[in-house]
Ligand binder design. Sequence first.
Ligand SMILES: *[C@@H]1O[C@H](CO)[C@@H](O)[C@H](O)[C@H]1NC(C)=O
Ligand SMILES: *[C@@H]1O[C@H](CO)[C@@H](O)[C@H](O)[C@H]1NC(C)=O
Ligand SMILES: *[C@@H]1O[C@H](CO)[C@@H](O)[C@H](O)[C@H]1NC(C)=O
Ligand SMILES: *[C@@H]1O[C@H](CO)[C@@H](O)[C@H](O)[C@H]1NC(C)=O
Length: 419
Amino acid sequence: MALKGFKLLLGLLALLPSAIGLAFPGAEGFGAQATGGRGGDVYVVTNLNDSGTGSLRDAVSKSHRIVVFAVGGLITIDDRLVVSHDVTILGQTAPGQGITVYGNGVSYSNADNTITRYIRFRMGKTGDSGKDGITIAEGANMIFDHVSVSWGRDETFSINGDVSNVTISDSIIAQGLEPHSCGGLMQADGGISIFRTLYIDNKTRNAKTKGKNSFTNNVVYNWGAGGGYIAGDSDGQSYANIVGNVFISGPSTSAHPFTRGNANFHAYVSDNYYDPDQDGTLNGWVLAESTDNYSDVDFQASPYDYPAVNNLLKSGSDVFDYIKANAGASKSRDHVDDYLINTELASLGKTGALISDPTASPINGPGPIDGGKALTDTDGDGIPDEYESQLGTSSTVSDSATIASNGYANIENYANLLI
Ligand SMILES: *[C@@H]1O[C@H](CO)[C@@H](O)[C@H](O)[C@H]1NC(C)=O
Ligand SMILES: *[C@@H]1O[C@H](CO)[C@@H](O)[C@H](O)[C@H]1NC(C)=O
Ligand SMILES: *[C@@H]1O[C@H](CO)[C@@H](O)[C@H](O)[C@H]1NC(C)=O
Ligand SMILES: *[C@@H]1O[C@H](CO)[C@@H](O)[C@H](O)[C@H]1NC(C)=O
């Protein structure tokens, strides 16, 4: 009897989303436990319109949805996109080169419990003045993974306020526009993890952090005069782990990788590489712990007990190679990320620029994006027929929202097969 009861319990646990605990297999950091729209409906985006039935704006306007794409291409938006709470956006389901949202920024303020993967948000100079590429002013439990965000008019990816449990992993934060030209604020007492992400071509705030921050295995390339990692500069208390990052100077770089900081900034620092010579090879050194190297931070002997990466990349070249291959919406990179990675970053100091107009050469705007062609999906539930058989789901009955025995929705299991 006891064994039977135990087996029954295990069976039930396997069916509950809480049994898996992770936003997706391999999710890490403070935001790893977001469940997004799991348990709700699946919304298939079927056009590239700014609004209306079948658009991304309509899709994210309501909670408890997992959003997938039967189209690829450029979604040009006039007003800012506002994402609701309990939403999952799975950009890897889009055919072709995937989805780029262009023309304004995105608000995740109060978008509690969201999962966002494999999508590009490129704001641009037509976006609202004084606004960010991605903004979170309030909220908890969000994970952004393989997201490319660029061309913010104020900050590019900015978190500032009563915010908890956010992860930004395997992403690209690029080319903050003049006159602000910022990577972004990462200011929250409730925990922000930034893992394996590329900050590139931002004059300053790569990032500017305050509060609880875990910054691991990132590359910062071609920061400008404002500084690379800015260790707060104000009254609030900060507690940071800054481990295994690589700072590579470029043509725009004139400041040290770590700036500001005061006795309120408590940090465990370890294995941070600095390659300042712009000589086209990855070299340089590990910064020794000293206030000259890290500004006036209060050094800690051991790391804070924050959720860590599963596999810490130990050498600067491992971090560089990983980010070069994987950062951003890397299932199919657009020409912008391709240029940033393979022309600028790969030059190791020789090429890079701070820009004010992303429609000018060499970037020439966000498109074109190859839209590809969606696979046949007879029941329209977001899972193409050929994957339905692989997953053991029905191609004639809409069952993509159903929770599978591993705890993920069928549509999530499909999306996880694509990457
Ligand atoms: C998308 O926009 C086009 C052009 O404005 C319009 O013709 C079409 O009806 C829209 N689609 C939907 C589903 O609203
Ligand atoms: C953040 O995550 C921790 C650990 O899972 C949890 O205890 C806490 O309640 C979360 N905070 C919020 C505001 O959800
Ligand atoms: C900064 O780090 C470098 C490389 O480890 C080291 O040579 C240098 O002495 C450090 N600066 C100070 C002031 O300690
Ligand atoms: C980053 O800032 C600079 C300076 O504002 C600006 O010229 C450029 O447009 C922005 N992008 C970069 C890379 O700086």
